[in-house]
Design a binder for this molecule. Sequence first.
Ligand SMILES: Nc1ncnc2c1ncn2[C@@H]1O[C@H](COP(=O)(O)OP(=O)(O)OP(=O)(O)O)[C@@H](O)[C@H]1O
Ligand SMILES: [Mg+2]
Length: 276
Amino acid sequence: MNDTDKEIERLRKQLSQLEKMSGLGYLSAGIAHEIQNPLNFVINFSKLSGKLLKDMAEILQDVLISLPDETRDDLQDILKDLQGNMQKIEENGSRASNIVKGILLYSRGREDEFIPTNLCQLVKEYVWLSYHAARANNKSFNVTIQEDYDEHMPLIKVIPQDFSRAVLNLMNNACYAVNAREKCASEELYSPTIKVSLKQKDANIVLIIEDNGGGISDEVKEHLFTPFFTTKPIGEGTGLGLSITKGIIEQKHNGTIKVESMANRFTRFIITIPIQ
Ligand SMILES: Nc1ncnc2c1ncn2[C@@H]1O[C@H](COP(=O)(O)OP(=O)(O)OP(=O)(O)O)[C@@H](O)[C@H]1O
Ligand SMILES: [Mg+2]
Protein backbone atom coordinates (compact mmCIF):
# COMPACT_ATOMS: atom_id res chain seq x y z
CA MET A 1 0.00 0.00 0.00
CA ASN A 2 1.36 3.45 -0.82
CA ASP A 3 0.88 6.43 1.49
CA THR A 4 -2.27 7.69 -0.23
CA ASP A 5 -3.90 4.28 0.00
CA LYS A 6 -2.97 4.07 3.67
CA GLU A 7 -4.44 7.51 4.29
CA ILE A 8 -7.65 6.56 2.46
CA GLU A 9 -7.88 3.35 4.45
CA ARG A 10 -7.40 5.28 7.71
CA LEU A 11 -10.08 7.82 6.81
CA ARG A 12 -12.43 5.03 5.74
CA LYS A 13 -12.08 3.38 9.15
CA GLN A 14 -12.60 6.70 10.92
CA LEU A 15 -15.70 7.39 8.90
CA SER A 16 -17.15 4.00 9.73
CA GLN A 17 -16.39 4.65 13.41
CA LEU A 18 -18.15 8.00 13.12
CA GLU A 19 -21.16 6.42 11.51
CA LYS A 20 -21.34 3.96 14.37
CA MET A 21 -21.22 6.79 16.90
CA SER A 22 -23.89 8.89 15.25
CA GLY A 23 -26.08 5.78 15.20
CA LEU A 24 -25.37 5.37 18.88
CA GLY A 25 -26.32 9.00 19.53
CA TYR A 26 -29.60 8.46 17.74
CA LEU A 27 -30.28 5.30 19.73
CA SER A 28 -29.37 6.86 23.05
CA ALA A 29 -31.94 9.63 22.50
CA GLY A 30 -34.56 6.91 22.03
CA ILE A 31 -33.37 4.97 25.06
CA ALA A 32 -33.27 8.11 27.20
CA HIS A 33 -36.82 8.90 26.18
CA GLU A 34 -38.04 5.40 27.01
CA ILE A 35 -36.29 5.42 30.39
CA GLN A 36 -37.89 8.71 31.33
CA ASN A 37 -41.36 7.12 31.52
CA PRO A 38 -40.62 4.37 34.05
CA LEU A 39 -38.50 6.88 35.97
CA ASN A 40 -41.53 9.13 36.30
CA PHE A 41 -43.37 6.20 37.85
CA VAL A 42 -40.55 5.61 40.32
CA ILE A 43 -40.44 9.28 41.32
CA ASN A 44 -44.21 9.83 41.53
CA PHE A 45 -44.98 6.62 43.40
CA SER A 46 -42.16 7.12 45.86
CA LYS A 47 -43.46 10.63 46.53
CA LEU A 48 -46.96 9.28 47.00
CA SER A 49 -45.78 6.45 49.24
CA GLY A 50 -43.83 8.97 51.30
CA LYS A 51 -47.03 10.93 51.88
CA LEU A 52 -48.96 7.76 52.74
CA LEU A 53 -46.31 6.79 55.25
CA LYS A 54 -46.61 10.20 56.86
CA ASP A 55 -50.39 9.79 57.10
CA MET A 56 -49.97 6.31 58.53
CA ALA A 57 -47.51 7.58 61.13
CA GLU A 58 -50.08 10.14 62.27
CA ILE A 59 -52.85 7.59 62.54
CA LEU A 60 -50.58 5.15 64.35
CA GLN A 61 -49.62 7.71 66.97
CA ASP A 62 -52.74 7.09 69.00
CA VAL A 63 -52.48 3.34 68.59
CA LEU A 64 -48.79 3.23 69.47
CA ILE A 65 -49.35 4.61 72.98
CA SER A 66 -51.36 1.57 73.90
CA LEU A 67 -48.68 -0.89 72.75
CA PRO A 68 -45.95 -2.44 74.90
CA ASP A 69 -42.70 -0.39 74.85
CA GLU A 70 -40.69 -2.85 72.81
CA THR A 71 -43.31 -3.31 70.08
CA ARG A 72 -43.80 0.44 69.87
CA ASP A 73 -40.08 1.10 69.48
CA ASP A 74 -39.81 -1.59 66.81
CA LEU A 75 -42.72 -0.15 64.86
CA GLN A 76 -41.34 3.37 65.08
CA ASP A 77 -37.93 2.21 63.88
CA ILE A 78 -39.46 0.42 60.90
CA LEU A 79 -41.54 3.46 60.04
CA LYS A 80 -38.51 5.71 60.16
CA ASP A 81 -36.51 3.35 57.95
CA LEU A 82 -39.33 3.15 55.43
CA GLN A 83 -39.59 6.93 55.25
CA GLY A 84 -35.83 7.24 54.79
CA ASN A 85 -35.82 4.59 52.06
CA MET A 86 -38.67 6.27 50.24
CA GLN A 87 -36.80 9.55 50.28
CA LYS A 88 -33.67 7.90 48.87
CA ILE A 89 -35.69 6.31 46.07
CA GLU A 90 -37.18 9.67 45.19
CA GLU A 91 -33.84 11.52 45.33
CA ASN A 92 -32.01 9.00 43.20
CA GLY A 93 -34.91 8.69 40.78
CA SER A 94 -34.74 12.47 40.31
CA ARG A 95 -31.00 12.29 39.81
CA ALA A 96 -31.37 9.65 37.13
CA SER A 97 -34.11 11.71 35.55
CA ASN A 98 -31.83 14.78 35.37
CA ILE A 99 -29.14 12.74 33.66
CA VAL A 100 -31.65 11.42 31.14
CA LYS A 101 -32.90 14.94 30.46
CA GLY A 102 -29.30 16.01 29.90
CA ILE A 103 -28.83 13.26 27.32
CA LEU A 104 -32.03 14.27 25.55
CA LEU A 105 -30.94 17.89 25.48
CA TYR A 106 -27.53 16.85 24.22
CA SER A 107 -28.80 14.75 21.37
CA ARG A 108 -31.70 16.77 20.13
CA GLY A 109 -31.82 20.22 21.67
CA ARG A 110 -33.24 22.90 19.42
CA GLU A 111 -30.66 24.08 16.99
CA ASP A 112 -28.65 27.19 17.73
CA GLU A 113 -30.99 28.55 20.37
CA PHE A 114 -29.32 30.75 22.98
CA ILE A 115 -30.82 30.10 26.40
CA PRO A 116 -29.93 31.82 29.71
CA THR A 117 -28.10 29.00 31.45
CA ASN A 118 -26.68 28.22 34.85
CA LEU A 119 -23.24 27.54 33.44
CA CYS A 120 -21.73 26.21 36.68
CA GLN A 121 -24.39 23.57 36.87
CA LEU A 122 -24.02 22.66 33.21
CA VAL A 123 -20.23 22.42 33.39
CA LYS A 124 -20.37 20.38 36.58
CA GLU A 125 -22.88 17.96 35.11
CA TYR A 126 -20.80 17.26 32.02
CA VAL A 127 -17.53 17.08 33.92
CA TRP A 128 -18.95 14.26 35.98
CA LEU A 129 -20.74 12.63 33.07
CA SER A 130 -17.39 12.36 31.33
CA TYR A 131 -15.76 11.03 34.49
CA HIS A 132 -18.40 8.35 34.92
CA ALA A 133 -18.26 7.39 31.26
CA ALA A 134 -14.50 6.93 31.59
CA ARG A 135 -14.99 4.87 34.76
CA ALA A 136 -17.67 2.74 33.16
CA ASN A 137 -15.37 1.94 30.25
CA ASN A 138 -12.37 1.23 32.40
CA LYS A 139 -12.81 0.12 36.00
CA SER A 140 -9.24 0.86 36.96
CA PHE A 141 -9.50 4.46 35.76
CA ASN A 142 -9.33 7.09 38.43
CA VAL A 143 -8.61 10.76 38.62
CA THR A 144 -8.89 13.53 41.17
CA ILE A 145 -11.09 16.31 39.86
CA GLN A 146 -10.56 19.73 41.39
CA GLU A 147 -13.41 22.10 40.69
CA ASP A 148 -13.42 25.84 41.13
CA TYR A 149 -16.66 27.53 40.14
CA ASP A 150 -17.81 31.07 40.56
CA GLU A 151 -21.19 30.14 42.02
CA HIS A 152 -22.48 33.71 41.95
CA MET A 153 -22.34 33.94 38.20
CA PRO A 154 -25.52 35.25 36.56
CA LEU A 155 -27.34 33.15 33.99
CA ILE A 156 -25.26 33.15 30.80
CA LYS A 157 -26.75 32.97 27.33
CA VAL A 158 -25.31 29.96 25.53
CA ILE A 159 -26.52 27.20 23.24
CA PRO A 160 -26.64 24.63 26.05
CA GLN A 161 -26.40 21.45 24.02
CA ASP A 162 -23.42 22.84 22.11
CA PHE A 163 -21.61 24.25 25.10
CA SER A 164 -22.04 20.99 26.97
CA ARG A 165 -20.62 19.14 23.98
CA ALA A 166 -17.53 21.36 24.16
CA VAL A 167 -17.10 20.62 27.89
CA LEU A 168 -17.56 16.91 27.27
CA ASN A 169 -15.01 16.85 24.43
CA LEU A 170 -12.36 18.63 26.50
CA MET A 171 -13.07 16.46 29.54
CA ASN A 172 -12.94 13.25 27.49
CA ASN A 173 -9.56 14.29 26.12
CA ALA A 174 -8.32 15.16 29.61
CA CYS A 175 -9.50 11.82 31.03
CA TYR A 176 -7.86 10.00 28.13
CA ALA A 177 -4.60 11.89 28.64
CA VAL A 178 -4.28 11.21 32.38
CA ASN A 179 -5.28 7.60 31.86
CA ALA A 180 -2.72 7.15 29.08
CA ARG A 181 -0.01 8.56 31.31
CA GLU A 182 -1.06 6.39 34.22
CA LYS A 183 -1.02 3.29 32.01
CA CYS A 184 2.62 3.94 31.16
CA ALA A 185 3.05 3.32 34.88
CA SER A 186 6.73 4.17 34.87
CA GLU A 187 6.10 6.87 37.46
CA GLU A 188 5.07 5.59 40.85
CA LEU A 189 4.25 8.98 42.24
CA TYR A 190 1.96 10.04 39.43
CA SER A 191 -1.43 11.20 40.64
CA PRO A 192 -3.89 11.83 37.76
CA THR A 193 -5.56 15.20 38.26
CA ILE A 194 -7.95 17.34 36.26
CA LYS A 195 -8.64 20.93 37.28
CA VAL A 196 -11.79 22.66 36.12
CA SER A 197 -12.32 26.34 36.67
CA LEU A 198 -15.19 28.56 35.58
CA LYS A 199 -15.03 32.26 36.31
CA GLN A 200 -16.42 35.53 35.16
CA LYS A 201 -13.70 37.95 34.08
CA ASP A 202 -15.02 41.39 33.17
CA ALA A 203 -17.44 40.89 30.30
CA ASN A 204 -16.26 37.34 29.62
CA ILE A 205 -16.71 33.85 30.92
CA VAL A 206 -13.49 31.87 31.23
CA LEU A 207 -13.52 28.09 31.41
CA ILE A 208 -10.26 26.28 32.00
CA ILE A 209 -9.86 22.52 31.83
CA GLU A 210 -6.39 21.40 32.77
CA ASP A 211 -4.99 17.88 33.05
CA ASN A 212 -1.61 16.59 34.14
CA GLY A 213 -1.33 13.98 31.40
CA GLY A 214 1.53 13.57 28.94
CA GLY A 215 1.04 16.96 27.31
CA ILE A 216 0.89 17.95 23.65
CA SER A 217 4.00 18.13 21.50
CA ASP A 218 4.52 21.12 19.20
CA GLU A 219 4.04 18.86 16.22
CA VAL A 220 0.63 17.66 17.43
CA LYS A 221 -0.29 21.17 18.48
CA GLU A 222 -0.13 22.33 14.85
CA HIS A 223 -2.89 19.92 13.80
CA LEU A 224 -4.91 19.94 17.00
CA PHE A 225 -8.03 21.55 15.57
CA THR A 226 -7.88 19.89 12.16
CA PRO A 227 -10.89 17.65 11.55
CA PHE A 228 -10.01 13.93 11.70
CA PHE A 229 -6.60 14.58 13.21
CA THR A 230 -6.06 12.05 15.97
CA THR A 231 -3.15 10.28 17.64
CA LYS A 232 -5.45 7.68 19.15
CA PRO A 233 -5.86 4.15 17.80
CA ILE A 234 -8.85 3.44 15.55
CA GLY A 235 -11.95 2.98 17.66
CA GLU A 236 -10.69 5.26 20.42
CA GLY A 237 -10.83 8.60 18.61
CA THR A 238 -12.30 10.10 15.47
CA GLY A 239 -10.24 13.27 15.62
CA LEU A 240 -13.33 15.43 15.54
CA GLY A 241 -13.61 16.47 19.18
CA LEU A 242 -11.46 19.59 19.07
CA SER A 243 -12.49 20.78 15.62
CA ILE A 244 -16.14 20.60 16.69
CA THR A 245 -15.31 22.30 19.98
CA LYS A 246 -13.50 25.12 18.18
CA GLY A 247 -16.48 25.62 15.88
CA ILE A 248 -18.85 25.74 18.85
CA ILE A 249 -16.76 28.25 20.77
CA GLU A 250 -15.50 30.49 17.99
CA GLN A 251 -18.23 30.47 15.34
CA LYS A 252 -21.30 29.95 17.48
CA HIS A 253 -20.36 31.72 20.71
CA ASN A 254 -17.98 34.34 19.35
CA GLY A 255 -15.33 33.19 21.78
CA THR A 256 -11.80 31.85 21.68
CA ILE A 257 -10.15 28.56 22.56
CA LYS A 258 -6.46 28.43 23.44
CA VAL A 259 -4.16 25.66 24.48
CA GLU A 260 -1.06 25.68 26.63
CA SER A 261 0.94 22.58 27.34
CA MET A 262 4.21 21.29 28.75
CA ALA A 263 5.36 17.72 28.23
CA ASN A 264 4.56 15.55 31.25
CA ARG A 265 3.42 18.58 33.20
CA PHE A 266 0.08 19.88 32.02
CA THR A 267 -2.31 20.55 29.18
CA ARG A 268 -4.59 23.52 29.63
CA PHE A 269 -7.50 24.43 27.40
CA ILE A 270 -8.79 27.95 27.96
CA ILE A 271 -12.19 28.89 26.61
CA THR A 272 -13.32 32.50 26.70
CA ILE A 273 -16.77 33.61 25.63
CA PRO A 274 -18.21 37.12 25.80
CA ILE A 275 -21.29 37.55 27.98
CA GLN A 276 -24.20 38.57 25.77
N1 LIG B 1 -5.72 16.95 26.98
C1 LIG B 1 -4.94 16.45 26.00
N2 LIG B 1 -3.73 15.94 26.30
C2 LIG B 1 -2.94 15.43 25.33
N3 LIG B 1 -3.28 15.38 24.02
C3 LIG B 1 -4.46 15.89 23.67
C4 LIG B 1 -5.37 16.44 24.63
N4 LIG B 1 -6.48 16.85 23.98
C5 LIG B 1 -6.27 16.57 22.68
N5 LIG B 1 -5.09 15.98 22.48
C6 LIG B 1 -4.50 15.55 21.18
O1 LIG B 1 -5.25 16.12 20.14
C7 LIG B 1 -5.75 15.11 19.27
C8 LIG B 1 -7.06 15.57 18.69
O2 LIG B 1 -8.06 15.69 19.72
P1 LIG B 1 -9.60 15.58 19.33
O3 LIG B 1 -10.38 15.69 20.57
O4 LIG B 1 -9.88 16.51 18.22
O5 LIG B 1 -9.71 14.12 18.72
P2 LIG B 1 -9.60 12.71 19.50
O6 LIG B 1 -9.71 12.92 20.96
O7 LIG B 1 -8.37 12.05 19.00
O8 LIG B 1 -10.87 11.95 18.97
P3 LIG B 1 -12.40 12.28 19.35
O9 LIG B 1 -12.41 13.46 20.24
O10 LIG B 1 -13.05 12.59 18.05
O11 LIG B 1 -12.89 11.05 19.96
C9 LIG B 1 -5.82 13.87 20.13
O12 LIG B 1 -5.77 12.69 19.36
C10 LIG B 1 -4.60 14.05 21.01
O13 LIG B 1 -3.44 13.65 20.33
MG1 LIG C 1 -11.29 14.12 21.78
